[in-house]
Ligand binder design. Structure first.
Ligand code: PMP
Length: 308
């Protein structure tokens, strides 16, 4: 892979991008035993800042906790390492990818506790709009996938673990192979869940509807940000199980994620939303969200963690 930045933080050291390698017998490569984060840093008027870094690092440690994975660094050490990785690469705005994984632990699926070895890496590199610049303004075309999200008590979806992304891979690949930008997964009960890498929001009659965490979704940090900003605007929020057909009746639909930010949806299964793309609520929330990074939205919550 062509280097996307100069250095990667790996187990406490900054190494050249091209030299940061693991062995083919790495446990995570065989069994999906990694936990990771996607974090964004923005170049704000007060200098580069990581958005909600502590919440992301806490989710990384929580994902590791679910998998009994002893991460050999504290939250503070990982936060500091994220900022150091940005600084050393001279990045002002970037996508960060912290990952902790079972390394060389032997060939068995369940290594003896004394053989468990957790490696930690942090990469940072420039990354634009995940679903395309045009998507952010006009909206994207999506389909409901033929694949459901993981059933409760199978693979824990509250953990952001490498293995979960086999589901995202199938959902995203199916959509893209048919010419759509992204795929949405339903829960095993056929109700709305989330996109391959994004949470889902529907606007109807001036209210916001979104599936609850019990609907096999990742508790997205952007989801929480959007809910907080919407509450500030006095918009009513309804978190409840939602039937698939609400997608076809909504005024506006959008997806949220660190990579996707707030991406409006234009059509679902070839049916246009009533607004045929971003409507007034989507545009308002996009403006408030991006306002956090250009200084137009006051950061009342201390979400911006300045790098310098
Ligand atoms: N759901 C899934 C499956 C994801 O991969 C992501 C991206 N991390 C999200 C939701 C959105 O989460 P966040 O806003 O924390 O990036």
């Amino acid at each position: 892979m062509k280097p996307l930045a100069e250095k990667i933080w790996f187990n406490g050291e900054l190494k050249a991008w091209e030299d940061t390698k693991v062995h083919v017998m790495t446990h995570a490569l065989h069994y999906g035993t990694s936990v990771f984060e996607g974090v964004r840093a923005y170049d704000t008027p007060k200098g580069p800042a990581v958005f909600r870094l502590t919440e992301h690092t806490q989710r990384l440690l929580d994902s590791a906790r679910i998998y009994h994975m002893p991460v050999p660094y504290t939250l503070q050490q990982i936060n500091d390492a994220c900022k150091e990785t940005l600084r050393v690469n001279g990045l002002k705005s970037a996508y960060l990818r912290p990952i902790a994984f079972l390394g060389e632990c032997g060939m068995g699926v369940t290594p003896k506790p004394e053989n468990v070895r957790v490696d930690v890496a942090i990469a940072a590199f420039p990354w634009g709009a995940y679903l395309g610049d045009e998507g952010l303004t006009k909206g994207v075309d999506v389909i409901v996938s033929s694949w459901n999200r993981a059933a409760p008590n199978t693979i824990p979806v509250m953990a952001k673990a490498g293995g979960n992304y086999l589901s995202s891979y199938l959902i995203g690949r199916e959509a893209r192979s048919k010419g759509y930008v992204e795929g949405l997964g339903l829960g095993v009960d056929g109700r709305l869940s989330e996109g391959a890498g994004e949470n889902l929001f529907l606007m109807m009659g001036g209210k916001i509807y979104t599936p609850p965490v019990s609907a096999s979704i990742l508790g997205g940090i952007t989801r929480n940000t959007v809910l907080t900003l919407a509450r500030e605007e006095g918009i009513e929020i309804i978190e409840q199980d939602l039937p698939r057909e609400m997608l076809y009746l909504a005024d506006e639909v959008f997806m949220t994620g660190t990579a996707a930010e707030i991406t409006p949806i234009r059509t679902i299964d070839d049916i246009p939303t009533r607004e045929n793309g971003p409507g007034p609520i989507t545009k308002l929330l996009q403006a408030r969200f991006h306002g956090l990074f250009n200084g137009q939205t006051e950061d009342k919550w201390g979400w911006l963690d300045y790098v310098n």
